[in-house]
Design a protein around this ligand. Sequence first.
Ligand SMILES: [Zn+2]
Length: 219
Amino acid sequence: MENETATIEKIEYEGFDVLQYRVPEEDFPMAKIAVFVGHSGGKSNSDGGAYSKTLGMGEWTYNLPVAFAYADEAVSCGLDCDVFVRSEPGWKGWKPMKDQLNKNHAEDPYALHLMLHFNAYNERFHGSFTMYWHKSKNGKRAATIFTKVVSEHFNVVARDPRGLKPKMRANHLVKLGHMPSVIVEAAFGSNVDDAKKLFAGRDTYHEALMEATLIYLDF
Ligand SMILES: [Zn+2]
C-alpha cells in the first residue's frame, strides 16, 4: 500500500468478512467503493463460482487477490474501500452481505459497488461484459466504462453491457438500495484464448479496474 498511514480493519460476520480500507481522516476520502468477490471460498461444486480448466482455478480464487490489490490501489488514490468476501461455501451468505452493504450505504454512501466474476459457458463464447440494474442510469454509465476498460485490458471482445430486469438471472445482485452496482464478467474462463488472457492480465487487472473507477467518478 502506497499510503502507509491508511488502515485496514477486518470485521467478521457469520459466513462473510468485510475488510475496510481507510485513508486517514485528515486526508478526507474522495469517495467510498464496495467490492464483492463473487461466489465463495471452496470448490466449484460448493460455489467457488465457475471453474476454468485452463486457469486451474475458479472465479473466487482468481478474483480474491485482485480485490485486495484494488483496495490497496483505492486508498493510494484517496478512496475508501470495503471488500466483501464470503469465506464459507454456499449461497446463503448473499442475503446478510446485501443487508450489511445497504446498512453501510445508509450510514455513509458508496459511490459504486463492484462485483468481480469471470464467465463460463461453452468453449465458443468469449469476451468481456458487465451487468447493471436496468433502471440505474449511473449503473449503466459505470457498466459501459468498465466494459471498455476491462475488455481493452485483457484484449478481449467487448460484449454489450446488460441491464438486468426483474426475473432475469442475477438481477438481485445489482438491484440494490440506491447505489450504482456493476457485475464485471472479465472474460470467459471456459474459452481457452480468453482464459490465457485472464491469466496474463491478472496481476495488473486491479489497475484497470481503478482506471475505470476514476473515469466513472470523474476524477
Ligand atoms: Zn460468477
